[in-house]
Design a protein around this ligand. Structure first.
Ligand code: GDP
Ligand code: GDP
Length: 434
């Protein structure tokens, strides 16, 4: 998963021309004459050996006249959320416009690298005209011509220098965080994982993260435990502060791919556990719920697990597609299963469904059960795709995205979960204008 760079800016400044130049794929070039709307706004590019994903946010806006400022704001906000760096493109021919100023205002608040790219500087005379873009308050700018390519090198040099080191997906190990309330058994669990011999392979200093991951090789799986040092240290100090454990959970959750949420079976899935659960879910992390100390539960009839599971599912609605395991760290019951499940959830979270397959499965389902008409308008979903983000997000392209209501998005999510296994993984469904 490399870094993500988003191109933002109002229509007609040359974003897609620039995008196409960078991803250098003929098929991505706008076919203006046929009127075919592009379906490729994401692409891979590389410069000086550094690979990154490029998003042309403008690709999601149809036409140029019917553009709402609100729409642009949304694109920019999404870009700010998703991207590691932002290229804000403006047009020297038209000069600074009100819409440019609006976008600049949003970008001034961002603490990600922002590159102001003044496009259509096809000759040196226009170089001087570019000066007015200082007024956007974004500092220095880069002048370029997307059509003839001049100036793009300087921009890309500066860009890739600011990008975080991309981690290669193939070799990346699952990062697990063990979270839960004090006394749930987290340190005991980690010690059980580490074992007496401490199956530590290497210490990897986090590059883009501020924590240290430690790699373990256990039960035939290799994985990184996030922030385990802190957790182990804490077990000696015996601080029982709820606040402290929540704060540490936040950090651990942010740095992991999958949370192993431990709870004490005798105390149940209470409000505090629920808080940690939602913290992980809102951060789009994979989740495995481990009901620990199952050895202490005496009355284990066949129905006990079932009832316990139902109770938890009720608390985590509507995101109930989460594995719930009953373990005992003390008796080492299902510890292996817990790690195996976490690895599966990790794989679900990194799953990339091919666009062709995704459409083949989803479009007939949509046809059978289309979005209900809203205010007398019919929504036609034409195309869908998984976005190249670190966790599963899906975009459905349609004529009237704003008319698709939440129940229908939930229907789509449920179908995605039924057809492709995303157990333990929060997924996002977006409707986008096509
Ligand atoms: P987008 O709406 O921001 O994606 O803009 P497009 O890439 O579709 O470009 C809008 C118009 O500007 C097209 O007619 C392009 O040919 C033109 N254009 C793009 N880049 C340049 C450039 O560097 N110089 C000049 N002169 N025109 C450009
Ligand atoms: P932490 O605060 O979440 O790190 O919890 P600890 O690992 O320190 O465990 C708290 C207490 O629960 C300790 O006394 C452990 O021995 C005990 N404990 C942990 N796991 C189990 C288990 O599976 N069964 C039983 N009976 N006790 C456990």
């Amino acid at each position: 998963m490399g870094a993500i760079v988003a191109i933002v800016g109002r229509p007609n400044v040359g974003k897609s021309t620039f995008f196409n130049r960078l991803i250098q794929r003929r098929e991505a070039i706008v076919d203006a004459s046929s009127g075919v709307t592009r379906d490729r706004h994401y692409g891979k590019s590389d410069w000086n050996g550094k690979e990154f994903s490029l998003i042309d946010t403008g690709g999601y806006v149809l036409g140029s006249d019917d553009i709402f400022e609100q729409e642009i704001d949304k694109q920019v906000e999404l870009a700010i959320e998703e991207a590691d760096a932002i290229i804000f493109m403006v047009d020297v021919e038209t000069g600074v416009t009100g819409m440019d100023e609006d976008v600049a205002k949003l970008l001034r608040r961002v603490n990600k690298p922002v590159f102001l790219a003044v496009n259509k500087v096809d000759n040196s005379m226009r170089e001087e005209d570019a000066v007015e873009f200082y007024s956007l308050g974004l500092g220095d700018y880069y002048t370029l011509s997307s059509i003839n390519g001049s100036g793009t090198g300087e921009l890309l040099d500066a860009l890739v220098e600011k990008l975080p080191e991309g981690e290669k997906e193939e070799s990346e190990l699952p990062r697990f965080a063990v979270v839960g309330r004090p006394n749930a058994g987290k340190s005991s669990f980690i010690n059980a994982l580490i074992g007496e011999e401490r199956y530590i392979v290497t210490d990897i200093a986090g590059t883009t993260r501020d924590s240290i991951d430690t790699t373990y090789n256990r039960f035939g799986f290799e994985f990184n435990l996030v922030d385990t040092a802190g957790i182990r240290r804490k077990s000696k100090v015996k601080e029982d502060l709820e606040f402290y454990s929540v704060m540490r959970s936040v950090r651990a959750i942010e740095n992991c791919d999958v949370c192993l949420l431990l709870l004490d079976a005798t105390r149940g899935f209470d409000g505090q556990v629920e808080n940690i659960f939602w913290l992980a879910a809102r951060n789009n992390k994979g989740i495995v719920i481990l009901v620990n100390k199952w050895d202490l539960v005496e009355d284990k009839e066949t129905n006990t697990i079932k009832q316990y599971t139902q109770k938890i599912k009720k608390a985590i609605e509507p995101f109930t597609d989460v594995p719930i395991l009953f373990i005992s760290v003390l008796t080492k019951q299902r510890i292996f299963k817990a790690i195996e499940t976490a690895v599966e959830v990790y794989q679900n979270r990194s799953k990339k469904i091919k666009t062709r397959e995704f459409n083949d499965v989803m479009l007939p389902l949509i046809e059978n059960y289309p979005p209900p008409a809203y205010k007398g308008k019919y929504v036609k979903i034409k195309f869908c795709t998984q976005l190249p983000t670190p966790y599963p997000q899906f975009a459905f392209f349609c004529n009237l995205p704003q008319y698709v209501r939440d129940p229908y998005k939930r229907y789509l999510e449920n179908k995605i979960r039924e057809e492709f296994d995303f157990t333990g993984v929060p997924i996002k469904v977006f409707m986008r204008k096509k």
